[in-house]
Design a protein around this ligand. Structure first.
Ligand code: SAM
Ligand code: FES
Length: 350
């Protein structure tokens, strides 16, 4: 096991059968600790002790899609839907800026209300008030023209998890969506010079270790600047109600392997990890993650953006989240970096 981990550390690659062997067979706490320590060592060669902070604004829970795992899917009629208008988004950014954030992540369902014109207006306004900040969008699949307009308005980065690299599994989870189109969106975003983020969920129903190897291979070949990996957590108002869901331990293994395969990636320690385990986010940092995304959304909408059950931090003010996360990062032995936190490849351009 350790030979494989060392080869992965030294070469940033392994064959598929070797990755599968690691996923199938790594069990002992000593081997796991070895893997996590190597992942942290690799992260330190590129980013030292830094953990980058991004302010997350969940600005709409309307969605036209029906992903079978997602709590805000279109067919879930129990969701209390909301949209934040331009002023509400700007005041989240203002508060975030005062708290020190220099990246704002605007995330939402695929909501046709937010036309290009509306989004361009919002992005331009954020950029004119906070020219030293980066804007990340995470609003799903759009046309190339739309991605062009959003980039020209000042968007720097775009998160679009590929969700799973297995075509069969993807199609079983995403009614009326296209596996090929999701990937095509990622390639378009790359072509348009966005810093791109892909990623996947761990523990999806019927997901095998072979599927996870496909995820790792896809990420290795795409080498996105950001990679979001989190456990799948079931939601009762979805067709997957009663599914088992992913575990923190398996997600940590995938995070560490990803760090070693794509060493310079910006890898978030996700809220989903903190939801499954009170120390989940610290554990992720100790397995190679180097980004956290505390919530800046107004507290009265937080509970409504319920992708999965028991999501944490829904009642906390932005300032509280900032402080809480900072304490956790320091306690885990890392330091908080409030800068824009661009990927190393993009630092010269900005
Ligand atoms: N609509 C945008 C998109 O499609 O990229 C962004 C919003 S979407 C809710 C953000 C991410 O949440 C998804 O990419 C998915 O991986 C994750 N997610 C959704 N439901 C989840 C669940 N039940 N458990 C864990 N993660 C989930
Ligand atoms: Fe659209 Fe989840 S189904 S955000």
């Amino acid at each position: 096991m350790r030979n494989l981990i060392d080869t992965l550390y030294d070469t940033s690659n392994l064959r598929d059968d070797q990755l599968l062997m690691l996923l199938d067979e790594i069990k002992s706490s000593e081997d796991l600790q070895y893997l996590f320590d190597r992942a942290v060592a690799k992260k330190k060669t590129h980013y030292k002790d830094a953990v980058y902070m991004r302010g997350l604004i969940e600005f709409t829970n309307y969605c036209k899609q029906n992903c079978n795992y997602c709590g805000i899917r279109n067919s879930n009629t129990t969701v209390d839907r909301y949209r934040l208008d331009k002023n509400a988004i700007l005041s989240c950014c203002k508060e975030g800026y005062q708290l020190g954030y220099r990246t704002f992540v605007l995330q939402g369902g695929e909501d046709p209300y937010y036309t290009d014109a509306r989004l361009v207006d919002i992005i331009r306004a954020i950029k004119s008030q906070h020219p030293d900040c980066a804007i990340t969008l995470s609003i799903g699949e759009r046309s190339k023209e739309s991605y062009v307009a959003l980039k020209e308005a000042g968007t720097d980065r775009y998160l679009l998890r590929h969700e799973t690299a297995s075509k069969a599994l993807y199609e079983s989870l995403h009614p009326n969506m296209s596996f090929e189109n999701r990937r095509a969106c990622l390639y378009t975003l790359r072509e348009l010079n966005y810093q791109i983020g892909a990623g996947f969920m761990v523990g999806l129903p019927n997901q095998t270790n072979e599927d996870l190897v496909e995820d790792l291979r896809f990420l290795k070949s795409l080498s996105p600047e950001m990679i979001g990996i989190g456990p799948y957590i079931p939601h009762d108002e979805t067709p997957l109600k009663g599914a088992q869901g992913g575990t923190v331990e398996k997600t940590l293994i995938l995070l560490a392997l990803t760090r070693l395969l794509v060493p310079e990636a910006l890898l978030p320690s996700t809220t989903a990890m903190g939801t499954l385990d009170p120390n989940g986010r610290e554990k992720a940092l100790k397995a190679g993650a180097n980004v956290v995304m505390p919530n800046l959304s107004p507290t009265d909408v937080r509970e409504k953006y319920e992708l999965y059950k028991d999501k944490i931090c829904t009642g906390d003010e932005a300032a509280h989240c900032r402080q809480c996360i900072e304490g956790r990062i320091k306690k885990a032995g890392f330091s908080v970096d409030m800068g824009r936190g661009d990927h190393t490849k993009f630092k010269m351009d900005c």
